[in-house]
Design a protein around this ligand. Structure first.
Ligand SMILES: C[S@@+](CC[C@H](N)C(=O)[O-])C[C@H]1O[C@@H](n2cnc3c(N)ncnc32)[C@H](O)[C@@H]1O
Length: 258
């Protein structure tokens, strides 16, 4: 782990934690985070809207949709209302597998493994570019014959090749049965996010891992073959929100495998 842990280069999990108001970050993360905020002032709002979307989507899935298994790929550092906390508040028997490849997230994973006694939480240190390894690892905790909510919030943007990103989604969704769901968020230069282009270029020269934005059509292509739930592909801030939220330049959607 130590070989992978760099404190001299800003890393996404730690900068995201900084934007969310967390304390698990280094000076280099705060410096890059502040510079990005200077170029793209709504980035903090994007991070908060993304987490609020996580809360609303998991509440729907564990509640109305009756999902009891969650695979959260690109977990991020533990913060308030992590997936298992939202799900197990509604369904104490919910089982959650977290996946991330950042060594600092691995170091903090203990905080994610504090689920209810009736349920289960597991942490897998794996790279989303190798989805077969994720499928193999999740089957220890999740029953592949029962529906799974596959959550990929703010992570496909770190898979730069769109075909490869589609293959990753397909591999994960092929491994889960009908009735499973895909929960996605992704940054875009649409929805008023044009200003993010310069911020992403700065990020790619100064931080890890490199990032890309995607269009609505590219985002929609990740959902091919799935039934997109209402209200469709929208700013994640507006997904089943109370109608007063300002749109942020981050697509969000939930889709069901028929
Ligand atoms: C923007 S954060 C999002 C965290 C959380 N899903 C959320 O929505 O708040 C992206 C996370 O994806 C992780 N990540 C980036 N590339 C990854 C990869 N190739 N494999 C696994 N995790 C990755 C980062 O370490 C980071 O924790």
């Amino acid at each position: 782990m130590t070989a992978r842990l760099r404190t001299d280069v800003a890393h996404n999990a730690r900068v995201w934690n900084y934007w969310l108001g967390g304390k698990d970050n280094y000076p280099v993360d705060r410096a890059v985070g502040d510079h990005v905020t200077g170029l793209y002032p709504s980035i903090g709002e994007v991070a908060r809207a993304d987490r609020a979307f996580l809360g609303r989507s998991v509440t729907y899935l564990a509640g109305e949709a009756g999902i009891r298994q969650f695979l959260d790929v690109g977990t991020g550092l533990p913060t308030a209302d992590n997936t298992h906390e939202v799900a197990q508040r509604i369904a104490p028997d919910a089982r959650v597998v977290y996946v991330d490849n950042d060594p600092v997230v691995l170091a903090h994973a203990r905080a994610l493994l504090t689920g209810s006694p009736e349920g289960a939480t597991e942490y897998v240190d794996a790279d989303a570019h190798r989805p077969e390894e994720i499928v193999a690892a999740m089957t220890g905790t999740l029953d592949p014959s029962r529906p799974v909510a596959v959550m990929m919030l703010g992570i496909l943007n770190f898979v730069l090749d769109t075909d490869r990103a589609r293959t990753i989604v397909r591999t994960l969704m092929d491994a889960v049965p009908p009735g499973s769901h895909l929960v996605l968020t992704h940054p875009t230069l649409e929805l008023g996010g044009e200003g993010n282009a310069e911020a992403m270029a700065f990020w790619n020269e100064n931080a890890e891992p490199p990032i890309t934005a995607r269009s609505r059509a590219e985002f929609a292509s990740f959902l091919d073959g799935l039934e997109i739930l209402e209200p469709g592909i929208v700013s994640c801030a507006r997904w089943r929100a109370d109608g007063t939220e300002r749109a942020v330049a981050q697509f969000g959607a939930v889709a069901r495998k028929p």
